[in-house]
Design a binder for this molecule. Structure first.
Ligand SMILES: [Zn+2]
Length: 302
């Protein structure tokens, strides 16, 4: 039996899944992503993970989703997050090693492909995915094909400017959506409300506050009502441009969907006639979406 492999190459960790023809996950391997190393070493790192995930099965196809920009030649150009991989043509190297085509995509696009194939967006053709994690990632599929700019890049919509936040962003602007609406932005929001002497808010603590908000606890509700408005602020701009059928919210903050979605929906309902009302749902594949999407991408290339 042959299996299809998908690699999700992130700045912190790398995940590889092996799926079968029904897109069921048969095996999963994870490892810390090396921040340094020669081109040969980073290719060997990926090869070892892929071989381990495949086990004794024949590798029928392989696809990669990677953090940050991928240039038109399929080479990672992300010195901030993937310094050791930047400029290395890992897709070409792995293709030569395994003797099969190895497509590569940005990780936001790969996650969207996964959700469209077997996740929350199955059966929809106009899919917008927004990942609320360390930053805000955005990708859009139309009839299964990623929407791209003239340079081949997916939308970098985390740097849309929104009105109700005024904090500096690393991109040089000062009111970026991802500063407000990322999970990191939510953590900062909670920390700010606690005052300067409050503790740092972990993701686990955030999930607990989200449960309180869902249960109606007033202070927690205040936080998540504000966060829902922040998510809506940038999402409304994307809806006016792309008119998707469905929006899938991914990333760790999407686990808090029940807590912030009432405010998100209320905010969007206040904006009329600019866009239709798409279905808005949390991701169902969670952290596995990028790797599953990469595997689906690889399979479709065979
Ligand atoms: Zn920015």
């Amino acid at each position: 039996m042959s299996v299809q492999l998908g690699v999700d190459l992130g700045g912190t960790g790398t995940r590889v899944v092996a799926i079968d023809r029904n897109t069921s996950v048969l095996n999963e391997e994870t490892a810390a992503t090396p921040a340094a190393g020669s081109p040969a070493q980073v290719v060997a790192f990926l090869r070892e993970l892929v071989d381990t995930a495949a086990g004794s099965q024949v590798i029928g196809s392989l696809g990669i989703g990677a953090s940050g920009p991928i240039d038109n030649a399929g080479v990672i150009q992300n010195p901030a997050t993937l310094p050791a991989f930047t400029g290395v043509d890992v897709a070409k190297e792995l293709s030569a090693l395994y003797g099969i085509p190895v497509p590569i995509e940005n990780d936001a696009v790969a996650a969207c492909i996964g959700e469209a194939a077997v996740g929350a967006a199955r059966g929809y053709s106009g899919v917008l995915m927004v990942t609320l994690g360390t930053g805000v990632g955005v990708s859009m599929l139309r009839s299964g094909e990623p929407v791209r700019g003239a340079d081949g890049q997916h939308p970098e919509a985390g740097h849309l400017s929104i009105a109700d936040v005024d904090a500096p962003c690393y991109c040089g602007r000062s009111a970026c959506w991802e500063i407000a609406a990322s999970r990191s932005g939510l953590q900062s929001l909670v920390e700010g409300l606690q005052g300067s002497n409050g503790p740092k808010i972990t993701v686990e603590a955030l999930l607990a506050i989200g449960r309180d908000a869902s249960a109606g606890e007033p202070e927690a509700r205040t936080v998540f009502d504000a966060y829902g408005k922040r998510v809506a602020a940038g999402l409304a701009d994307l809806l006016t441009i792309y008119h998707p059928e469905i929006v899938v919210l991914g990333g760790s903050a999407a686990q808090l969907f029940d807590a912030f979605s009432p405010s998100l929906f209320a905010s969007l309902q206040g904006i009329v006639d600019c866009f239709p009302s798409p279905v808005i749902v949390p991701s169902t594949l969670g952290d596995l979406g990028g790797a599953i999407g990469a595997a689906v991408l690889g399979r479709s290339t065979r």
